[in-house]
Design a protein around this ligand. Structure first.
Ligand SMILES: *Cc1c(COP(=O)(O)O)cnc(C)c1O
Ligand SMILES: [Zn+2]
Length: 450
């Protein structure tokens, strides 16, 4: 019997599918989980640690594949190098290699959390510049197992950059659907550079995703958006790297920006599994930070819309409430609007998996203004790290929760910086305006008297 299958996330359905196909949705309409039947031994913790001394083995060097026993859907013998190189897709071990939690003193001061309790994990230091590479290496591994001819995604920019990078390296065609004019130039440039076919869609990301999913169905292409459960598997390693750095003592909080909610879902799944296997007891609380102008999840979870709080409800959340919210957006002409285009999303595709994550972790959803994200992005820069505007939501959100006293000064907090700056104009504009809190405007030489 096989060790792995796909399983409907709704416990009252629970239908099982084998993994040798590109189905990502159950016949009941719910998303699917990758479901492992084995229980990994906790002694693997030592093995993972020793693999960091990789000795040239790229599957040990990779911060994703170093944890391959926990995401072994390709059913390889983990210590057999030739099986790894036959089946696992990696950009020379670069995905997840540099990402781990770092203390950042200036950001901790800004967020008002004790510096020794406060960490940010720069997922922008991935080969294509965002956390997407964690999940793309696993999704493209599955695509390769299926011998697919075309990879397809919709994107706010970073998914297309990552999909294009891994596809070109594996010699697979890649079509990327993007909302015209709504993605950062540095991200669009990567899609072209890595040889993808760019398809521009009128409208926003939600429209691009709908059209790409339809197109994928028509041509039997392989979708690598985060509705693909193999993306979620790779993104679980973000959590493994946090835990490893903290000697497997879970933090109090893990903080993400919220867009399509793939991160929220993968963090939840990682924690649920580790808890079930007996690897961890304490459960960190997830914080999802929405942009004020793209706050569907915030509104639904907190009961802002129709006074009803959307909850997991044992796998049966009130889907009608979600539909009514989308209908309301349409009727009132409400479009997601934020300068943080990576999270400019109105219909988060992973909303139900994210509800499960909130339920399991007692998670919370907050929102921040664009101007706070700009401050967050800029203060990260003052610690010598680089992130984009959407990632700036993380320090901004932690500061907000400190001010509300929900996070205590000596709580252990880990925030995820999801992506590197790919729109330098954001930083230039911020610093050129002296009204911005951390701005250091340029001076002309004749004003510059020493
Ligand atoms: C994709 C992306 C997000 C949104 O992530 P989700 O997991 O879909 O919520 C946030 N920040 C950056 C930089 C991204 O590229
Ligand atoms: Zn089902």
């Amino acid at each position: 019997m096989k060790n792995v299958n796909k399983k409907c996330i709704n416990p009252s359905c629970g239908l099982i599918y084998d993994i040798e196909n590109n189905i990502y949705e159950c016949s009941c309409g719910s998303l699917l989980d990758i479901n492992y039947l084995n229980i990994p031994e906790k002694s693997l913790i030592d093995k993972f640690y020793h693999r960091r001394n990789h000795g040239g083995n790229i599957y040990n060097e990779s911060g994703v594949w170093r944890f391959r026993e926990l995401i072994n859907f390709a059913d390889i013998e983990p210590d057999d190098f030739s099986q790894c190189s036959d089946k696992l897709v990696s950009l020379d071990g670069a995905e997840g290699r540099l990402s781990r939690p770092y203390n950042m003193s200036k950001v901790s001061e800004y967020a008002q959390v004790n510096n020794n309790c406060f960490y940010l994990q720069p997922e922008g230091y991935n080969p294509s510049g965002s956390f997407k590479d964690n999940g793309m290496s696993t999704a493209v591994t599955h695509a390769k197992l299926l011998k697919v001819r075309k990879i397809i995604c919709a994107s706010t920019g970073n998914t297309s950059a990552s999909a294009a990078m891994y596809s070109s390296n594996e010699n697979i065609d890649c079509d990327v659907f993007i909302p015209r004019g709504e993605i950062a130039p540095g991200k669009l440039g990567q899609a072209f550079q890595f040889g993808a076919q760019v398809i521009q869609v009128e409208g926003n990301f939600d429209d691009a995703l709908a059209q790409s999913l339809e197109y994928a169905k028509e041509i039997n292409g392989y979708t690598v958006n985060s509705v693909n459960p193999f993306r979620i598997e790779g993104q679980k390693t973000v959590v493994y790297r946090i835990l490893e750095h903290l000697d497997w003592n879970p933090p109090d909080w893990i903080v993400y920006p919220g867009g399509a909610l793939g991160n929220t879902s993968s963090c939840g799944k990682a924690l649920i599994e580790l808890h079930r296997w007996g690897w961890i007891k304490k459960i960190p609380r997830i914080v999802v930070v929405n942009a004020h102008g793209a706050n569907t999840f915030y509104n639904l979870v907190n009961g802002i819309f129709e006074n009803e709080k959307l909850i997991w409800n044992n796998g049966n959340p009130n889907l009608n409430l979600i539909d009514r919210y989308y209908e309301h957006m349409k009727k009132q002409n409400i479009f997601p609007r934020t300068k943080a285009t990576a999270i400019q999303i109105g219909k988060p595709a992973n909303i139900v998996k994210a509800l499960r994550a909130l339920e399991f972790t007692k998670g919370i959803v907050i929102q921040v203004e664009d101007k706070d994200m700009f401050d967050g992005m800029s203060i990260v820069g003052l610690n010598g790290f680089d992130c984009e505007l959407a990632s700036g939501a993380v320090p901004a959100g932690i500061r907000h929760l400190r001010q509300e006293e929900l996070i205590k000064k000596d709580d252990i907090v880990v925030g995820i910086l999801t992506g590197r700056q790919k729109d330098p104009k954001m930083a230039v504009d911020y610093h050129t305006n002296p009204d911005n809190t951390f701005a250091r405007p340029p001076k002309d030489i004749d004003q510059y008297n020493v």
